[in-house]
Design a protein around this ligand. Structure first.
Ligand code: CA
Length: 713
């Protein structure tokens, strides 16, 4: 099989063929994964490949392809699909190189397909211990692979970095990047930087200390490591961490420190810098984390390090003394923007906090930080100091609650955004949401490395009062939209409201089409200049991942991975392997394949009727159980005992009929192989029973509300 891009113009063909011969060091074969620095730098000369997750080093997720354009996009049709064998969230962007399409799925599994036909070439399962799911805050997801000189690189949930043979999927090497006794996880895409593979990790809420490491791509030998927060006094340190220690109080290192760099890592060849963003500290409540105050560097910061050495170059802490889980790990993107009459080489980010940041990439000087979504925690960002002008009402204590937006989900989270140099616009999924915060009483805060340690409560009488006050927003998730943002002017140009709440990644092409899925079971194309909807196709599943596009034999394809957090309204199970219809969907002009319409065997994850047993607990059990549920269970099973994910909604669980059935699952781990590991040793029997009663109470309340709603005329 020939490489896709040789169908280009003759001159391009010669240049690209010469380049590829250098890259691969020999004849082209399917699955060579023959990416190197020269080939990646020249990505625009072979527009039909998508050789890294963000397509190019600048991670603009912009495709120069124009085969699918605004005139013919209406003829786009499904050409093949691949059923994915897990119902947990699917977040990876397909990487397409040398005729092979690579995805990762939940539980860090890799699948390789013939990009034209959909024939599955190989698959790899790292056999992650399902107990690791306990400390994966936000589902056991993975955002994709990196390809380099014949190998495919994967960050596994359990902290391994694994190099696979691109042709066979066999393990070439594997290194444990984390202390396996600590609750670290990895969900991010490894990035290739000058023959090294760079990876961070997650686990800030579970007592982990953040760092980013570069490994030699050929051998897995460590090249450099950058820690994002200081260690305890007396341990080896660096000048920047020595300075950072002065911004902390108390024995913060006992809680790990956090500031994990869990998503974005970008390499900029122009400045020879590697950029990444860091998350929150432990706990979210700053008074517990660093009693007496302090900015707590380098939490909630964007950091630039030297690509060769990993040494500090610049940083910007977006949220000093963060109190709201305002990670700034969100996608980073490099571009050349015309600002104030001159072209600036910039780094851009749309973080959780609702302000869109543009920096000079080389110096870190803040150019602009305009508001792109409703935010009440700060009124603006001071461009001179780079610090937010905070709204004091957003800060909370043990005695004072606050109602804050955006909520920890953020105005924009990990979901990839894209940028078109043709329109000058960034296309990003925006979510409006809010939450209540109140600090946990000091004697109630006990760090447990296997559970969420936020030091906050999100439900209290004070918080309820704030939501009942005039002008308060509707509680929780409000709405979602696809936004076109002008980063040079710092303003929204258009938006498309989504029918159902939920963000999904974007991609834009040189034919001025933006591709974006949604949570109504749809994959759609929009006019990049106006937002007009041009085309859509049913996905039978929620979409959270970003698409990619490529050519094989001159034909343009668009690929997107779907499936996450249950089924959209009105959808039924049609995938025999996945209750939420997780699939890889691939489209081209004139494609005539269709998704199965008949329900296949196996139960749907959606049960429609709430039928809990009668509540027999006490009010004290419910109150304690609510706190424990929020700390131990909500990360996976959803807030207020209502799952919005593709894992069971506990209110419907048959184990509510008997505490011994409940404990067989919760304490003894009878469903460990499916991801519900034993909580024995993490919580006690009494705590388990309190959660049991809380869930029954909550289920009965929700049932009553459903009945009241049904009875209304
Ligand atoms: Ca976080």
């Amino acid at each position: 099989m020939h490489r896709s891009w040789v169908a280009g113009a003759a001159t391009m063909l010669i240049a690209a063929a010469a380049l590829a011969a250098t890259a691969a060091g020999g004849p082209q074969v399917r699955g060579a994964a023959a990416v190197d620095t020269a080939r990646q730098l020249a990505a625009d000369q072979e527009p039909g490949t998508w050789m890294s997750s963000g397509r190019t080093y600048d991670e603009q997720r912009y495709s120069p392809l124009t085969g699918i354009n605004r005139d013919n996009v209406g003829r786009l049709g499904l050409v093949w699909y691949g059923d994915v064998d897990t119902e947990r969230g699917q977040e990876s962007t397909p990487v397409v190189v040398d005729g092979v399409l690579y995805i990762t799925t939940a539980w860090s599994m890799v699948k390789a397909y013939d990009a034209a036909t959909g024939e599955k070439l190989w698959e790899y399962d790292p056999q992650v211990d399902r107990a690791v799911g306990q400390v994966a805050c936000c589902d056991v997801v993975n955002r994709g692979v990196a390809a380099w000189k014949g190998k495919i690189y994967l960050g596994a949930l359990d902290g391994r970095l694994i190099a696979l043979d691109g042709r066979t999927g066999k393990v070439v090497w594997s290194v444990q990047t984390t202390d396996p006794t600590q609750p670290y996880t990895i969900t991010q895409v490894p990035r290739m930087v000058k023959g090294m593979v760079v990876i961070g990790n997650a686990g800030a809420e579970y007592t982990c200390r953040g760092y980013v490491t570069a490994y030699e791509a050929e051998t897995g030998k460590q090249a450099w490591r950058f820690y994002t927060v200081p260690d305890e006094p007396g341990k080896p340190t660096t000048p920047e961490l020595e300075a950072a220690r002065k911004t902390w109080n108390g024995p913060f290192w006992k809680f790990g420190g956090g500031a994990t760099a869990w998503d974005s890592i970008v390499y900029d060849p122009r400045t020879n810098l590697v950029f990444f963003g860091t998350g929150n500290g432990l706990s979210w409540a700053p008074d517990i984390r660093s009693p007496g105050g302090g900015d707590n560097l380098f939490t909630a910061s964007v950091i630039a390090v030297n690509a060769d050495t990993g040494r500090y170059v610049w940083h910007h802490q977006l949220v000093p003394s963060d109190a709201w889980d305002y990670d700034v790990t969100n996608p980073l993107m490099i571009a050349d923007l015309k600002i104030g009459g001159r072209v600036r080489h910039v780094l851009m980010q749309a973080p959780k906090i609702g302000f869109f940041y543009v920096w000079d990439a080389r110096t870190g000087k803040l150019i602009s930080a305009e508001q792109f979504a409703p935010a009440n925690w700060a009124t603006k960002i001071d461009l001179k100091t780079g610090r937010p002008v905070e709204n004091p009402a957003a800060r909370y204590t043990v005695d004072k609650a606050s109602l804050v937006y955006p909520a920890p989900l953020g105005a924009h989270n990990w979901h990839p955004m894209s940028y078109s140099p043709r329109t000058g616009l960034v296309y990003l999924p925006v979510t409006e949401n809010n939450t209540g915060f109140q600090q946990l009483a000091a004697d109630k805060f006990k760090v447990n490395a296997r559970t969420y340690n936020t030091g906050t409560i999100s439900g209290s009488a004070e918080i309820t009062k704030l939501y009942e006050a005039p002008g308060a927003p509707p509680r929780g998730n409000v709405k979602s939209y696809l936004q076109a943002w002008d980063p040079a002017a710092g303003k929204e140009v258009w938006r498309v409201d989504q029918k159902d709440f939920g963000p999904a990644g974007t991609m834009v092409t040189a034919s001025d089409i933006v591709f974006n899925g949604n949570w109504s079971g749809e994959f759609a194309a929009y006019d990049a200049r106006t937002g007009a909807k041009l085309w859509s196709a049913p996905t039978q599943a929620n979409v959270v991942a970003a698409p990619s596009t490529y050519t094989i034999a001159g034909q343009q394809y668009v690929a997107v991975l779907v499936g996450a957090r249950g089924l959209p309204k009105g959808q039924v199970r049609t995938n025999p392997l996945s209750a939420n219809n997780s699939r890889l969907l691939v489209y081209k002009l004139g494609g005539t394949a269709s998704l199965p319409t008949a329900a296949t065997s196996g139960p749907s994850t959606i049960t429609t009727k709430l039928d809990p047993p009668l509540f027999t607990g006490t009010n004290e059990q419910v109150i304690d159980g609510q706190g424990s549920y929020a700390r131990v269970c909500a990360g996976c099973h959803g807030p207020n005992a209502a799952a919005d994910k593709s894992i069971p909604d506990v209110r419907y669980s048959t184990t509510l009929r008997s505490i011994s059935d409940w404990n067989t699952v919760v304490m003894d781990g009878s469903r460990a192989s499916r991801g519900m590991a034993a909580f024995r040793g993490i919580i006690g029997r009494e705590e388990s029973e309190n959660i049991f009663h809380y869930v029954i109470s909550q289920a009965n309340k929700d049932k009553a509300a459903e009945q009241a709603k049904a009875a209304r005329p």
